[in-house]
Design a protein around this ligand. Structure first.
Ligand code: ZN
Length: 283
């Protein structure tokens, strides 16, 4: 028999009730009627008999009960996970702390050799964090930008303007910008359906530090390499504008938290709406 495994996220109400709720898509892995099922905890070999109820219209889930002691032992909190492995002799429940999960997938992302592996790791990280893929990628790039990066000269030949960047960073940048040039917004789909983009190292000696990378189209990239360029950065080191041969172009940075600006715009918008209503009523 092929071993099946899946993961269940712990929520507040399930923790309080001391039960594990299994979604309907896994119901075929469980008995069709209420009974006791054999459960093994973590790496223990001792079996326990635990009450179980199958999927019902009322609860919309299958349930394994009487797990409170085990939750307490692990100081379970909302956001932790239980890995359920269907073994021949019963169900093995492995407790996974949310932070452990994050570390695991973050390492997987870091060590990915291909972009596909990196994207898979990012997907699992996003799921653990209960974030969208793009939000998780932005968070990860922010985290990486605070790390100390090795300063090294990146020598790029035209054929490998993309491949020279580690797979993890390529996957993160692709997820965040979807291939769109941070200067002009242009991208196009390649024959394989992937967006085309190049990665520019603003300071050729600056290494792969996220603040030193820009997602660019081939045209803007060539200008950054060959034209007369002046770069403006904010206090955190993010490039906010470039002046190419005397023409200033703002640079889109998805990672800059622009809360003050949006608050200002919101205030302006509210003022204009009020002003509009006030004046239109008068007429
Ligand atoms: Zn461009």
């Amino acid at each position: 028999m092929k071993q099946a495994s899946f993961r269940v996220l712990l929520t507040k109400s399930r923790l309080e009730k001391g039960l594990l709720a299994i979604s309907r898509k896994f119901r075929s892995l469980f008995p069709p009627s209420a009974q006791k099922v054999t459960v093994f905890f973590d790496d223990e070999s001792k079996p326990y008999q635990k009450p179980y109820t199958p999927f019902e219209a009322a609860t919309r889930e299958s349930r394994i009960y009487s797990l409170r002691k085990w939750f307490l032992k692990h100081k379970a909190t909302v956001g932790d996970w239980v890995e359920v492995i269907v073994e021949k002799a019963g169900y093995r429940l492995i407790f996974r702390k949310r932070s452990e999960e994050e570390v695991r997938y973050r390492n997987e992302l870091q060590e990915a050799e291909t972009e596909e592996q990196a994207t898979n790791a990012l997907r699992k990280l996003a799921q653990t964090q209960k974030r969208s893929l793009r939000e998780a990628a932005i968070k990860e790039l922010r985290r990486l930008s605070k790390r100390t990066w090795e300063r090294k000269r990146i020598v790029v030949t035209p054929g490998e303007r993309y491949e020279v960047v580690p797979a993890s960073l390529r996957a993160l940048l692709k997820t965040v910008y979807e291939g769109h040039c941070q200067i002009c917004g242009f991208t196009f789909r390649k024959r394989n359906g992937e967006p085309y983009f190049e990665v520019h190292h603003v300071d050729p000696e600056g290494g792969h530090q996220p603040q030193n990378l820009l997602v660019l189209c081939a045209n803007c990239h060539a200008q950054m390499e060959h034209a007369d360029v002046f770069v403006e950065r904010d206090a955190q080191g993010w490039v906010v504008a470039v002046t190419i041969n005397g023409e200033r172009r703002p640079v889109y940075q998805a990672l800059i938290k622009s809360l003050p600006t949006s608050l200002m715009l919101l205030a302006l918008w509210s003022f204009l709406t009020l002003y509009y209503h006030a004046t239109s009523h008068r007429i």
